[in-house]
Write a protein that binds this ligand. Structure first.
Ligand code: GLC
Length: 683
């Protein structure tokens, strides 16, 4: 007889953790589009050193990529006199471009501070002939122009003696003495230049405590400032994607994609081949539309020249986008993400209350029409180059002949009620809430922060039941029933084996990549003849092991692949072990992914996987940040037991609709993966 452990209910203090960017007082979320500026000592070199074009790496990192000694690089400051840097002109350009804020580099990896600082003479005020504080000039110009002011700050520093040395990845752990320098410089930045709308931390690989201290320091002096995800360890107000990267899926956290005019550089490059500014404008406008359709903000970069003037090509690109926004900005500013979870080849979709904007930035459908799922609604008005009808649950849109000629056009549709995401109406299916977990530049990924079920039960239900593996026993979870949270502990109740039939393991391979990021999500089967992560040097080798410890380098991944042959469709438990980060694929799909506790050397866990009849491909990704070894483990577990805990939900009523959400309690970040993929909720 299963022990009925009706867990005592603890109604948790409801913590009103509203995402900062989406509450009414902060318009960051509505701004959608801002100017990034990479301007520093590196601009004076324009990607050239000793007469040679430096084609390796970003031009703002020329000191590293041209191998310039610090004492030699310092001398560049002696003649750094960008007489044509005019902050008011840049703010005027930002406004013509439709950009709502400016985020300018205060200090880049080279350690040169573009502001007067007491912490080092290696700054634009004390070490250059013009004695200028560019943060002061830009913050005052922004205030005069009515544009918000933000700053980029690099957490690595190639000049400061107490910092780590230059690495190929710029995501070094930060020595404590360097952290103290960062705290001192950031305190100057958040106390001397008025309101700061955004602090865009970059690179480094901080400890949770270091991230927390910088996050708290910024908000102590700038409560409304939005802190970027690259601060690390989940201490952020908006997630930041990798450079020039756009998330494939919808994120339920404020997020931003940052883009340079050309992928190869953020800082000025005198020998850049630029081509047509119109083509570039159309390219970046489509990026803006794609980001806004996903509910994100778009930060587009300019790199002022050695004399401080804006590159005419870049100004032309911004002004062309600005003209489109003058006519169509309503479809971008103040909108939220598309209610349709998939991206469309024909264009983007944004939403503002009960209005949908179809932005025709893609390719005209060969049929000339599209159909969108819209339920329980009424179309009140359609404006733009299309004939639109709402019949029952389908919105049919027939595009006019010229809908895709010339300028990118917008179809504006006004409905009786907001068009909400389809899954918000799904019942008895698991709806995942995704956030974005940022640990450092290479280690960020879309995390599952909670699971929700909209139930419509007909049976008399006193409660629900969880089932899970031994790994999940003693986890503290929070179940929210129609908004009311309850705390539970997953107990080691009477075990029940789930394996219906024996399986066979075979064809095991291992592959060590050189450097990879954690965010890659495979949706195809791996092949022993194809190097993963596009790393041609990484070869699969056949192994007969199910556990191994190998030497590792920073940001390296070890892949382990095996075939599990099952006589039937069944669920089995795999043993999965890794260090800093772990991911498990079943037949090409990622079924589990999370980072282990900070600097975790190894952790083994039991994961439930669904097998189809015949061969199944199981792949483990063991991801390393800064450990010297990677220890991995992959095999079908000998322990095929699951455990269960019936839980009593007092307000659960027969034949009524409920919304049940579950997440792992006591999470110190709202962005961490809940690690509850083994949990099955049985209503
Ligand atoms: C990367 C580069 C840095 C650049 C930044 C912009 O972190 O290392 O040079 O400033 O991207 O996003």
């Amino acid at each position: 007889m299963r022990r009925t452990a009706f867990i005592s209910l603890v109604i948790l203090a409801v913590t009103a953790s509203v995402a900062k960017a989406q509450n009414s007082s902060n318009t960051w979320y509505d701004d959608k589009y801002s100017m990034f500026i990479h301007f520093g000592l590196y601009s004076a070199l324009g990607g050239v050193w000793e007469g040679n074009e430096i084609h390796r790496g970003y031009s703002e990192q020329i000191q590293s990529h041209a191998g310039i000694y610090s004492d030699v690089y310092e001398k560049v400051a002696d003649t750094f006199d960008p007489v044509n840097f005019n902050a008011d002109e840049i703010v005027a350009l930002a406004k013509r471009a439709g950009m709502r804020s400016v985020v300018i580099t205060s200090k880049h990896h080279d350690g040169f501070c573009m502001f007067k600082t007491e912490t080092t003479d290696f700054n634009s005020y004390d070490s250059t002939p013009s004695h200028r504080d560019y943060m002061m000039e830009m913050s005052e110009a922004c205030r005069r122009g009515g544009v918000k002011f933000g700053m980029y700050f690099s957490l690595v520093d190639w000049h400061y003696p107490g910092a780590s040395n230059i690495t190929s990845h710029n995501a070094n752990p930060i020595p404590e003495v360097h952290h103290q320098l960062n705290l001192a410089q950031v305190k100057e930045l958040v106390t001397r230049y008025g309101d700061v709308s955004e602090l865009w931390f970059d690179m480094g690989s901080l400890s949770p405590q270091q991230s927390r201290e910088l996050y708290n320091l910024v908000h102590e002096y700038q409560p409304s400032c939005m802190v970027s995800g690259r601060l690390g360890n989940g201490y952020y107000d908006f997630a930041v994607m990798s450079d020039n990267y756009y998330p494939e899926a919808t994120l339920q956290t404020p997020w931003q994609s940052c883009a340079s005019m050309f992928d190869e550089t953020w800082g000025y490059r005198s020998w850049q081949v630029r081509g047509s500014s119109h083509d570039k404008a159309q390219e970046k406008l489509r990026s803006l539309i794609r980001v806004a359709s996903g509910g994100g903000n778009f930060l587009l970069n300019i790199g002022p020249m050695d004399d401080g003037a804006v590159v005419p090509f870049e100004a032309a690109v911004l002004e062309e986008i600005g003209k489109w926004l003058d006519r169509n900005g309503e479809a971008i500013y103040g909108t939220t993400q598309s209610p349709f979870r998939s991206r469309f080849a024909w264009g983007g979709v944004t939403r503002k209350s009960n209005v949908l904007y179809l932005i025709l930035s893609g390719k005209r459908p060969s049929s000339g029409e599209i159909t969108l799922p819209v339920k329980d609604n009424k179309l009140l008005k359609a404006e733009g180059p299309a004939k639109v009808k709402l019949q029952k649950d389908a919105l049919s849109v027939k595009f006019d002949a010229d809908a895709y000629t010339g300028d990118i056009k917008v179809v504006k549709l006004t409905f009786k009620r907001p068009v909400l995401p389809a899954e918000s109406k799904q019942t008895n299916t698991r709806i995942t809430k995704n956030s974005y977990c940022c640990q450092d530049y290479y280690t960020n990924y879309r995390s599952d922060v909670s699971y929700t079920w909209n139930t419509h039960s007909t049976r008399k239900l006193a409660g629900v039941c969880f089932t899970y593996t031994a790994t999940d026993v003693d986890k503290q979870v929070e179940v929210t029933l129609d908004g009311k949270p309850y705390a539970y502990t997953l107990h080691k109740d009477a075990p029940k084996s789930i394996m219906q039939a024996r399986v066979a393991e075979s064809n095991r391979y291992v592959c060590h990549t050189r450097k990879s990021t954690f965010d890659a999500d495979a949706h195809d089967l791996f092949s022993p003849s194809v190097s993963p992560d596009g790393d041609k040097e990484a070869k699969w080798q056949s192994v007969a092991l199910d556990h191994q410890t190998v030497e590792a380098r920073p940001f390296q991944t070890v892949y382990v692949m095996e075939t599990v042959t099952s006589p039937c469709e069944q669920e089995v438990i795999m043993e999965v072990g890794a260090g800093n980060g772990v991911e498990l694929y079943v037949n090409g799909y990622s079924v589990m992914k999370h980072l282990n506790p900070y600097r975790c050397a190894y952790r083994m866990e039991k994961v439930r996987v669904n097998l189809r009849p015949g061969d199944n491909q199981i792949v483990l990704r063991a991801y390393n940040r800064h450990e010297r070894n990677i220890e991995w483990h992959l095999k079908v577990s000998d322990d095929q037991n699951i455990y269960s805990t019936p839980v009593y939900l007092p307000d659960f009523r027969k034949s009524s609709s409920h919304t049940v959400t579950i997440r792992q309690a006591d999470e110190d970040s709202q962005h961490k993966d809940c690690e509850l993929y083994n949990l099955r909720m049985i209503f």
